[in-house]
Ligand binder design. Structure first.
Ligand SMILES: [Zn+2]
Ligand SMILES: [Zn+2]
Length: 149
């Protein structure tokens, strides 16, 4: 089994079965993913019902197409409602950013509304679960979402 798939399945195991936070599963998965036997990896894949994305929303090898309609959060206009889909691979290593996003509810599957976008300030304000969250546009450009029409 491909090493990326093995990594993502291990993330799901840590996330779903052990309930570890999103900020910790990438690092923890790296510690143990190589020690899984092929049998256990195959078993995980079946048990998790062939996931197409890791818990951060990054597509498994072969499923990149399914993410192609997602757009950067930073590209949305104020007033738009959308769902968080993907926190880019490059951010998976950043514990502080993931812990921050998680504490604010900015995780795959969460619905939000864009309240304000201030290009001169390089910020976007979201309403998510009744709370206001301010993100820098640079960070928001690494978070992919799908619009709700
Ligand atoms: Zn990862
Ligand atoms: Zn991941």
């Amino acid at each position: 089994m491909n090493v990326i798939r093995r990594h993502m399945l291990t993330e799901w195991m840590l996330s779903r079965m052990l309930k570890l936070p999103l900020s910790e599963i990438h690092r923890e998965a790296h510690q143990i993913e190589h020690t899984l036997s092929s049998e256990v990896a195959e078993r995980l894949q079946a048990e998790l019902e062939d996931p197409r994305f890791c818990p951060h929303g990054n597509p498994l090898p072969g499923f990149e197409d399914e993410a192609e309609n997602w757009v950067p959060l930073s590209s949305l206009d104020p007033g738009v409602t959308a769902i968080v889909r993907r926190i880019q691979e490059s951010l998976e290593e950043d514990y502080d950013i993931l812990a921050f996003l998680e504490s604010k509810g900015v995780v795959p599957g969460a619905q939000f509304k864009v309240m304000e976008l201030l290009p001169f300030n390089e910020t976007v304000m979201l309403s998510i679960d009744g709370n206001e969250v301010i993100l820098g546009l640079r960070l928001a450009s690494d978070i992919y979402v799908s619009r709700l029409e």
